[in-house]
Each structure stands twice: as C-alpha cells, then as structure tokens.
Design a protein around this ligand. Structure first.
Ligand SMILES: *Cc1c(COP(=O)(O)O)cnc(C)c1O
Length: 390
C-alpha cells in the first residue's frame, strides 16, 4: 500500500478552533459555563428555531426527544431501516416498540407512500405510532410536508433525525427550523458536518418541549420555582421532579462547536463542489450517483453510490474490498437496522423491507469531506473504475 489513507469522512480543525478550546481550559468553567448557551444561540439562530439544547450526543438528544414527547411502554416508534441504530434504539430506551417503513428507491429516505399505506393498516389494528423519526439520509431532507400532513391526519409526533443534515435546506429554509416537526436532532460526531468531538443538539419551537428536554438532559432537576412542588428552602434549593440523565455537553466542546459553526456554510459549499465533481467523473460508470430532489439542498454528509449489479461482472463486496485494498476507507451506510441480530430477535427478518435491502446490496459511501483534495478524489475515481473492471 503506497498511498496515504483516504477516509470516507473526517473533521476539519482550525487554529481558531484550537484557540477557542484552550481559552475555555484556562477559564473558570469547564462545564455548565457560558459556552453552552453561546453555542446553543448560534445554532438556534442559524436554523431559525426558538429553543436549542446541547447534549453529549445525538443519541442522547433522540432519547430525551422521545421522553419529552411522552413515548413509553405500549407505544410505537416508527423509523426507516436505512439509518444508524440510534434512530430506533431511542424508542427502546423508553420501553416503546419499534417498527419500520421502507425507503423510497430514489432518495433512500423513508417513503411517504409506504408510510401512508402502513398508517392506514395500523389504524385498523390500533397500532398507530406515537412518534415517527424521519432521518435525513446523507443530509438530504425527507419529504417533510407529506410526513407532516400524515402526522396531522393520524395523530403522531415527528422527530427529525438531522444528524447528517445541519447546513442543509428544505424548501429554501434551514433544516432544523421545525416547521414540519416537533423536535429536530443534530449530531456533532467528527465524521458529521461540524464537530464537538462527541455531541449533539435537540431543537424545538415548543416552550413546553424545551422545558422537558432541559429536565431530562440533567437528572430531572430544576431550579425554576414555577416548576417546583414545594417552597424554596434557601439559595441552595433545587428539586428533582422527574427521572432524567446526565446528558450534558461540556463548555470545552461547546467552544469547539461554536467555532466550527463559523465555517458551516463553507463546509457545505465545499461538499457540494466535490459532489458535483464526483457526478461528472462518475457519469458514465455503471452506478447511480445521489439523486437530489428540487426541494432539497443537501448538506452532503455522505456521497453514496449504488452499483448497477446487472451490468458489472464483479460483486458489491469485491468493489468495496478493492477500494479498501487501495487504502480508501469506504463505508456502507447502513446495514438495515431490522437485520441487526438484536432486532431480528424481536421478530424482524430478511425480506421485510425489500427496498432497504436492495439498497444495502448496492450502496457504498465514497470519501467526501471538506479537505478532500481533487487529487485524492481522482485517485478514488480511478480505483473505482479499475475495481469495476472497466
Ligand atoms: C451519527 C448518527 C446518530 C448518532 O449520533 P451520535 O452523536 O454519535 O450519538 C444518530 N442518527 C444518525 C442518522 C446518525 O448518523
């Protein structure tokens, strides 16, 4: 292996980011200081939403979002099978049951038509979901308007899992403004669009939900006298009024996030430039490049190709491994959640979601991140061509 490793995604850390982090380390507060509200305000202004609550991961954000919406035992949470396991696990944390809706073969997002059909069936059997988690795969928004209309007709709540999608837009407005959902969740893991090392955020326009999210983020403890059940006993007094967790982000991480936000648009623009370049370079190959809906401006967290297996003489696995052999750390997003052993043990099995499974048999995430050089990108394309035996 002669060349350096090319990952499928990676963070971009500037000297300004480092300075911002060091400042906090020298300050009075490493956690629960001024950096958290500053980062939250920055994100809420960017996505045009009323409330933002920083937490230690998107997984935590999904969990407290479900709790805030009252998801519990006997309830159903529905999501797409083509996502990271966290989009479904959050329902299990609350004691709810999980079910899936197959994907749209063009966008690879949860299919609104399949959703409508499944809802009509569930209405007959009294198994309608309480919460739907709509995942904006690769950074491209789901058809939120259709999902929102169905949520009104069938009476369920909507969480947008925008772990991939900060910086993206839907109908010319920022993803995260919650126009069509109750709560939106972002991830700041290093492979995502911006990073806080580990971290996430839940945003909402609802005062009530924001209050609940804040409680669950920190042990169910409040210092707000309006929420207390007893009179204050002194300046030290607080009350635990529900069962919450310690899902807080640190000020060190928030400072990094705040600093990264200043380059968010630059990052997304650069991802688009590289994606457009891939579209051109891969145009004549036996594979599908990412479809982009006219209502959507993707953040392009991932660039997923789908191999045309009817045309090529090599297998999906051979192409994948050939790229890995060239030190190109391609990945596959995602193994359908219903095929994970833990979910198979709940009764799901192969054949349940044919579009998701077909996607899984063809998809490869090829490298895409702001600092990917054209030279490395060309190398990826050439290795891909060779692996397809062209
Ligand atoms: C990364 C990711 C998560 C989890 O994010 P963490 O911040 O790592 O907890 C959830 N959902 C999706 C779709 C993701 O890609």
């Amino acid at each position: 292996m002669s060349r350096h490793m090319i990952p499928y995604g990676r963070q971009d850390i500037s000297q300004d980011d480092i300075n911002a982090v060091v400042e906090v380390l020298k300050s009075d507060f490493l956690t629960q200081g001024p950096q958290i509200p500053s980062f939250e305000l920055c994100v809420s202004e960017y996505v045009d939403v009323k409330h933002a609550l920083a937490v230690n991961s998107a997984t935590s954000a999904l969990h407290i979002a479900c709790l805030a919406l009252g998801l519990g035992r006997g309830d159903y949470l529905w999501t797409t099978p083509v996502t990271f396991v966290a989009s479904a696990n959050c329902g299990l944390y609350c004691g709810a049951k999980i079910d899936f809706v197959d994907i749209d073969p063009q966008s690879y997002n949860l299919c609104p038509l399949a959703l409508k059909a499944k809802l009509e069936q569930a209405e007959q059997t009294n198994t309608l979901p309480k919460v739907l988690v709509a995942v904006h795969l690769c950074g491209q928004s789901c058809d939120m308007k259709a999902i929102h209309n169905l949520s009104k007709r069938f009476g369920f709540h909507v969480i947008e899992d925008a772990s991939h999608a900060i910086g993206g837009q839907y109908k010319q407005k920022p993803i995260g403004n919650c126009e069509y959902s109750d709560i939106t969740v972002f991830s700041f893991h290093p492979v995502k669009i911006i990073t806080t090392c580990e971290g996430g955020m839940a945003v909402t326009n609802s005062d009530k939900l924001a209050e609940r999210l804040e409680l669950f983020r920190s042990h169910g403890i409040t210092r707000n006298t309006d929420l207390m059940t007893k009179d204050s006993e002194g300046a030290w007094y607080y009350e635990q009024i529900d069962l919450g967790y310690n899902y807080r982000l640190t000020d060190v991480q928030a400072a990094l996030g705040r600093s990264q936000m200043t380059r968010l648009d630059e990052y997304v623009n650069k991802r688009h430039e590289l994606a457009e370049r891939y579209n051109q370079l891969l145009r004549d190959l036996p594979l599908n490049c990412p479809f982009q809906h006219k209502d959507c401006y993707s953040s392009f967290h991932l660039y997923v190709i789908r191999l045309d297996l009817d045309v090529i003489d090599v297998t999906h696995r051979q192409v994948f491994e050939s790229l890995r052999d060239n030190n190109i750390m391609v990945n596959l997003h995602y193994i359908p959640v219903h095929l994970q052993p833990f979910y198979e043990n709940m009764g799901f099995s192969k054949g349940d979601y044919p579009e998701a499974e077909k996607y899984y048999s063809e998809a490869i995430s090829i490298p895409l991140y702001p600092s990917l050089s054209f030279e490395d990108q060309d190398f990826v394309v050439n290795c891909l061509k060779r692996s397809l035996d062209l």
